[in-house]
Design a protein around this ligand. Structure first.
Ligand SMILES: Cc1cc2nc3c(=O)[nH]c(=O)nc-3n(C[C@H](O)[C@H](O)[C@H](O)COP(=O)(O)OP(=O)(O)OC[C@H]3O[C@@H](n4cnc5c(N)ncnc54)[C@H](O)[C@@H]3O)c2cc1C
Length: 410
């Protein structure tokens, strides 16, 4: 078979590039293709850069249910759910609601924590072999809690993750101020904070670029830019990918790492997955007179602040079921105002640089789908809010599932 020992990865985001590493390391002849001219041009480009190894709370939880009417009616600035009629979105929401129980929240949060811990170990191991510069910083993180209701919920979920090995501390506002004096400016009430000293930051798209360069130089990985996969079919024990350019590629293992667009290629095969887009925004601005050095998450406003050294990166907003690529200037402005209300002197908001929008590929339980969907067809999809954090661990799990070349797929 022409495609024997060949693994083809559709999608060159952070998930596709890290998958290419683990498969190539295990002996596969790997090709990545992406419709964009470079890797990491989708959700992996402008994300919040947080390696949130300790903050792995599932999105679906009991606390979300009372807020859902406001989210459906567009009255929650941070989180909106589209009301446009869509059967896949409706089916997704039903599954999402089923994950809002205490039991499901606990199980999903702990499963995500486990994968995050595997990711940190896998990243450290990769960096022992390859020198990859990506502005990594052990910044630590503070999650700000603004009400007693938030505090109680955060206490419960922090205890859960602590018991599973995460290093977290619940702080009073005074203790939080000792760790990050810039919080003196925090707008609105502050009743406490969760501190996670081990959380990190790093430039996700730079990492993908640098890793790809290593893969090309040391593992013979091929990258095909500006190639769109239009259809996938199985024939004679091999997978065939039809490209927009008219070419067709054959391989023994096909990996889908197409982020929020997973279903375009899967639905014609009746293999559709519960993945919906959750659009988010980010912008950078010069740091202000009182910029936190530690990473800060304002829990109720769903905003993260990442100090890039001279510039502050702000990311947030969750718009479910909105797959448009455009930056909606009103939503960006909403986020800018929320950031300014939260930490008024963290950035020079008037000098904000142009904004960015990206699509988190969300599953109902906030856990990625790393699975063989059909013989030789693998999914590494649905990494949602934490794809950068979970990428390396997911790629290792994928490689274990695929096995080395020469091992039969069922
Ligand atoms: C505002 C925002 C902030 C975030 N902050 C963080 C954070 O701080 N920490 C964290 O861990 N995560 C964060 N995330 C989540 C993280 O960015 C995503 O989970 C992750 O980037 C998903 O990676 P991916 O490779 O699956 O998708 P993508 O990066 O979107 O890559 C998918 C790729 O597939 C390509 N593609 C799709 N279909 C085809 C096709 N048919 N043919 C060819 N190419 C195709 C696309 O062009 C794209 O390049 C954030 C996301 C957003 C939007």
């Amino acid at each position: 078979m022409e495609g024997a020992r060949k693994a083809l990865i559709i999608g060159g985001g952070i998930i596709g590039v890290t998958s290419a590493y683990t498969l190539a390391r295990n002996g596969w002849a790997v090709t990545i293709l992406d419709r964009e001219p470079r890797v990491a041009m989708g959700a992996s480009l402008g994300n919040g850069r947080q390696l949130s190894y300790s903050h792995t709370n599932a999105l679906a939880g009991p606390g979300l249910i009372p807020r859902m009417p406001a989210q459906l009616l567009g009255m929650d600035d941070a989180f909106r759910i589209s009301l446009r009629p869509s059967l896949p979105l409706f089916a997704w929401l039903v599954r999402f609601l089923c994950n809002c129980t205490h039991g499901a929240f606990r199980a999903n949060t702990l499963a995500c924590l486990q994968l995050a811990q595997e990711s940190r170990a896998a990243l450290d191991e990769l960096l022992e072999t390859h020198d990859i510069g990506f502005e990594r910083r052990r910044a630590g993180k503070l999650v700000l809690l603004r009400s007693n209701r938030e505090l109680a919920a955060a206490q419960g979920s922090a205890a859960l993750r602590q018991a599973a090995g995460a290093r977290l501390a619940l702080l009073t506002p005074e203790q939080a101020l000792e760790i990050e004096p810039a919080l003196i400016q925090a707008g609105g009430p502050l009743v406490g904070a969760i501190h996670s000293p081990d959380d990190e930051t790093g430039n996700c798209s730079l990492f993908a670029d640098e890793l790809l360069a290593k893969l090309q130089a040391h593992y013979g990985v091929d990258f095909l830019p500006r190639e769109e996969a239009r259809a996938i079919t199985r024939n004679g024990g091999a997978w065939h990918v039809t490209l927009g350019s008219g070419k067709s590629l054959e391989c023994e293992r096909l990996v889908l790492a197409t982020g929020h667009e997973a279903n375009k290629l899967l639905r014609p095969l009746r293999l559709g997955l519960p993945i919906q887009s959750m659009k988010g925004y980010s912008f950078t601005a010069p740091t202000g007179p009182s910029a936190p050095v530690i990473s800060v998450t304002d829990n109720s406003r769903r905003i993260v602040f990442t100090n890039l050294g001279g510039r502050m990166l702000v990311a947030g907003i969750a718009d479910m079921g909105n797959a448009s690529a455009q930056v909606d200037a009103r939503r960006l402005e909403t986020m800018r105002q929320a950031a300014q209300a939260s930490l008024p002197h963290a950035a020079d908001y008037d000098a904000m640089e142009s904004g960015w929008a990206g699509h988190r590929p969300m599953t109902p339980n906030s856990l990625p789908i790393i699975r063989e969907l059909a013989p030789g067809l693998m999914a590494n999809l649905g990494h949602g809010m934490l794809g950068w954090t979970l990428a390396m661990g997911s790629a290792e799990r994928l490689a274990r599932m695929v096995g080395p070349p020469g091992q039969n797929s069922n």
